[in-house]
Design a protein around this ligand. Structure first.
Ligand code: FES
Ligand code: FES
Length: 164
């Protein structure tokens, strides 16, 4: 069994995994970080998005062994203690979720969009960038509003930084 080691939400972790173990399985089953969800087996839904070395990655698409040595941030690592990350707060404020299953992946993707595209996001950009994240409940309207608001809030001080 390969041993993997990585930094997850600011902590050094190690584990023995099978060669076929996916990163999402390592996070959920070895580390019990169950905020990262599995919503499909076709790499389409985006419920499993985490950040690997600062970039959004569908954690069902890479092996745990491939992520060894990386810095990973999951939804559990986004808040600053009791203070929600601005994008999390915006989802709450703008009712950007219903059942919540897609929400961790939506939020991790949203933070990545802001990191790449800046704090002023128009609706077209947000909808285009969300192509890899599916939601069965909301119709996306409030998700788009929440991401636009969260992006703006990330540009204001003080900003809660992810542990990456
Ligand atoms: S679980 Fe659906 S894309 Fe990863
Ligand atoms: S809120 Fe239910 S899948 Fe998106």
């Amino acid at each position: 069994m390969p041993a993997v080691s990585m930094t997850v939400n600011g902590k050094a972790v190690t584990g023995d995994v099978e060669a076929r173990t996916l990163l999402v399985e390592f996070l959920r089953e070895n580390l019990r970080l169950t905020g990262t969800h599995v919503g499909c087996d076709t790499s389409q839904c985006g419920a499993c998005v985490v950040h690997v070395d600062g970039k959004a990655v569908k954690s069902c698409t890479i092996l745990a062994a491939q992520a060894s040595g990386s810095t990973v941030v999951t939804i559990e690592g986004l808040a600053n203690g009791a203070d929600l990350h601005p994008v999390q707060a915006a989802f709450r404020e703008h009712h950007g979720l219903q059942c919540g299953f897609c929400t961790p992946g939506m939020i991790m993707t949203a933070v990545d969009i802001v990191n790449r595209k800046g704090n002023s996001l128009d609706e077209h950009t947000i909808r285009t960038e969300l192509e890899g994240n599916l939601c069965r409940c909301t119709g996306y309207h409030n998700i788009v509003k929440a991401i636009a608001a969260g992006a703006e809030a990330m540009g204001q001080e003080p900003v809660a930084q992810a542990a990456e």
